[in-house]
Design a binder for this molecule. Structure first.
Ligand SMILES: Cc1cc2nc3c(=O)[nH]c(=O)nc-3n(C[C@H](O)[C@H](O)[C@H](O)COP(=O)(O)O)c2cc1C
Length: 354
C-alpha cells in the first residue's frame, strides 16, 4: 500500500480539481500510468461509494479520492445578509432572481469520511485540515494510501506525526485553493522549490511536489529535488476529459503572462485564478466576505449562470502561475508528453553536467 508512488509507471499525479477532475479524467490518467485523482468533496457519502465502485470497474490501475476536511459552518446571519447584498448586482446582470439561503453550506465531512473508509480506495488525499491518528489508521487498515497536503514544513510534520504515508508539498504557485490549515495564508506563502526542499529535510515520508509544475522541465526539477512524484493540476485544465467550462477554456487559451492572482471573492478562502472583473471589483469588500464554505455556496448559482452564459468575468477561473503552459489534447497524451519531456530534460541535464 505504501508502495503506490514507487510503483507508478509515470510519477505524475493528476491533482484533484473540484469541478474539473471527474471520473473520465481520473480513469484516463490512471490508465496512462499516472495517478488520477477524483475531487470528491462535493459528493454525498452514497455518491462517494458509487464513484469508487465505478472507478474500480473502469480501471485496474490505482486512483486517488480527495476530500476537504472542514468543520460544519455556523455563519452569523448578518454576515450572510451582507454577502448576499454584495452579490445582488452581479446576479441581476446574469438574470438571476433574488437569492435564497442555500439548504446546506457544504457536505459534512464526518459521514463522507466514514463512506471513504468503507469504500477503501487505493489512495486518498486531504486538504484544508488534518486527520487524527485514528482516522489515518482506519484508512490504512483498509489498505488505503494516505496523503496529506501541506503548505508549510510545520503542516508536513503534523501529517507525518499522525502517520500519513506521504505529504503533498503545495507551493504558493498552485492553482485553486491550497491546503493551509495551521497558520494564516500570509504566513504560508512558500514557493514550491523552497517548500519541497525544506519538507524533504523535515519529514521521513515521501514528498510529492505541487504548484506551478505544468511542463516536463518542471517535473524533472521536482524529481531532481527528491520528490517522489509531481502533482499537476493546471496542466490538465484543457484536457479533453476535464469538465472545465467553455469560457474558462477560452480564458486559458488567451491568457497573458503572469495573469493569476489570489482572491477570497468567490469562496471566502484564498484561491489562485486568472484575474477577471469579479475579482477586481469585489476587492473593495474582500475583507467583509464570509469564510469558506459560506461565500462558496452563495456564489455557486452565479458561477453556474456565468458558465452557461459563456461569460468568464464572473467565473472562478482557477489556475496556477504557469497556466500559459497548459496544453490541449487527451489526458493520456498530456500525461505521456509531460513524462517524455521530463525524461528528456533529465537526460539533457545529466549529459551537460555529469
Ligand atoms: C481548478 C482547480 C481545482 C482544484 N480543486 C482541488 C480540490 O478539490 N482538492 C485539492 O486537494 N486540491 C485542489 N486543487 C489543487 C490541485 O490538486 C493541485 O494541488 C494544484 O493544481 C497544483 O498546482 P498547479 O495548478 O500549478 O499544477 C485544485 C486546483 C485547480 C487548478
Amino acid at each position: 500500500m505504501a508502495m503506490i508512488l514507487e510503483h507508478l509507471p509515470i510519477p505524475i499525479i493528476q491533482g484533484p480539481m473540484l469541478g474539473v477532475s471527474g471520473e473520465a479524467l481520473v480513469i484516463a490518467v490512471s490508465n496512462a500510468g499516472g495517478l488520477g485523482s477524483l475531487a470528491a468533496s462535493s459528493l454525498t457519502p452514497d455518491g462517494l461509494i458509487k464513484a469508487v465502485t465505478a472507478l474500480r470497474r473502469a480501471t485496474d490501475r490505482p486512483f486517488l479520492i480527495n476530500l476537504f476536511i472542514q468543520k460544519p459552518a455556523t455563519p452569523d446571519p448578518a454576515d450572510v445578509k451582507l454577502a448576499m447584498e454584495h452579490l445582488k448586482p452581479w446576479r441581476a446582470k446574469l438574470g438571476l432572481p433574488d437569492q435564497a439561503i442555500p439548504n446546506q453550506w457544504a457536505e459534512a465531512f464526518e459521514p463522507q469520511f466514514a463512506a471513504l473508509v468503507d469504500a477503501a480506495p487505493p489512495a486518498a488525499s486531504f486538504t484544508f485540515g488534518i486527520l487524527d491518528q485514528q482516522q489515518v489508521l482506519a484508512l490504512k487498515m483498509r489498505g488505503t494510501f494516505v496523503m496529506g497536503t501541506a503548505t508549510t514544513a510545520a503542516e508536513a510534520k503534523a501529517w507525518a506525526d499522525v502517520g500519513a504515508d506521504a505529504v503533498c508539498a503545495q507551493g504558493f504557485e498552485a492553482g485553486g485553493h491550497r491546503g493551509t490549515f495551521l497558520k494564516d495564508v500570509s504566513e504560508s506563502q512558500i514557493g514550491t522549490l523552497s517548500l519541497v526542499s525544506t519538507i524533504r529535510e523535515a519529514v521521513d515520508i515521501p514528498v510529492v511536489a505541487a504548484g506551478g509544475i505544468t511542463d516536463g522541465r518542471a517535473i524533472a526539477a521536482a524529481l531532481a529535488m527528491g520528490a517522489a512524484a509531481a502533482q499537476v493540476g493546471t496542466a490538465y485544465l484543457l484536457a479533453d476529459e476535464a469538465t472545465t467550462s467553455a469560457p474558462w477554456r477560452e480564458a486559458i487559451a488567451v491568457v497573458d503572462d503572469d495573469a493569476t492572482r489570489l482572491t477570497r471573492a468567490f469562496s471566502g478562502r484564498h484561491a489562485r485564478g486568472i484575474e477577471n472583473r469579479f475579482m477586481r471589483e469585489m476587492r473593495a469588500v474582500e475583507d467583509r466576505i464570509p469564510p469558506y464554505p459560506i461565500q462558496n455556496a452563495l456564489t455557486q448559482e452565479l458561477r453556474a449562470a456565468a458558465a452557461k452564459a459563456g461569460s468568464a468575468e464572473e467565473l472562478s477561473l482557477w489556475a496556477g502561475q504557469s497556466v500559459k503552459l497548459a496544453r490541449t489534447g487527451s489526458a493520456a497524451v498530456i500525461t505521456e508528453n509531460l513524462w517524455r519531456d521530463a525524461q528528456a530534460a533529465l537526460r539533457r541535464t545529466c549529459n551537460r553536467w555529469l
